[in-house]
Design a protein around this ligand. Sequence first.
Ligand code: A2P
Length: 323
Amino acid sequence: AGTSFKLSNGVTIPGVGFGTFANEGSKGETYKAVTHALRTGYRHLDCAWFYLNEDEVGEGIHDFLKENPSVKREDIFVCTKVWNHLHRYEDVLWSVENSLKRLKLDYVDLFLVHWPIAAEKETQEKPKIGSDGKYVILKDLTENPEPTWRAMEKIYEDGKARAIGVSNWTIHGLEQLLQFAKVQPHVNQIEIHPFLPNNELVQYCFAHNILPEAYSPLGSQNQVPTTGERVSENPTLNAIAQKGGNTLAQVLIAWGLRRGYVVLPKSSNPARIESNFKSITLSDADFEAVNAVAEGRHFRFVNMKDTFGHDVWPEEARAAISA
Ligand code: A2P
């Protein structure tokens, strides 16, 4: 998996990144997965405050580098993200310092605003949850994220992050951001897989020198679409994989890389961590066959209203419901 891309500021980013969102969340699992991924050859880790395991990622990087003196810190691309309750200027600055401490690093390669939603904090360690069980939305900062972005720019200028960007942003949000940004976002990390190809948003990003990154590139296995079919159960996709003697995950990762963006598979299973990292060649015909499966699909697993009490994608959500 030697593919890499260049961000608009010239920074090189490995095309396959290892997702560290712990499914089980049990202590030690992230450490085991991260050290196994690094030993397998992954040189890109995708982290976040929200995953509550940056400590374990940091220990994993630290121990791996100690065991492998020929690999240097600068050989590993580390991304992390600021959560919704830390969007105020000072809190964003606090968040990057907090993540750096936990990751045992003095800079990250990429720092992202995790969602285009600002929420109230209980403390810096904890989002505030309202009596309805949902996040307490900060309307002003959600509608105008300029102070948040100014803090991101400060972090970039101070060299605490070699690149900055956003995650889960729509075209509408990016248009607004590009109007006031002095440092343009280098990345937009979004959900992309054949049931949510996100073509329009991906094209918008390319047109504005923003590199897309695909999370849940295998189709968010744990979520069952309303249609009842998971990406992993699609017969056409499975036939493509079987015919070439590959796993479906390998086909989906190759499809994303060929479409020109970063893919972030995650697994806590050693054999799958390894097989996901083996690059395969996807023929033109197979590439087109995956595109054909993706055509017209628009299934998004996260229900924003349920999660945050705020609809991030009103127009797209409507399109998805009516599709
Ligand atoms: P596991 O950790 O047991 O391997 P997503 O990032 O799309 O939401 O999906 C992540 C899920 O996909 C994880 O739960 C992971 O489970 C599973 N997964 C990762 N790699 C593979 C693979 N090669 N084949 C099947 N499932 C996989």
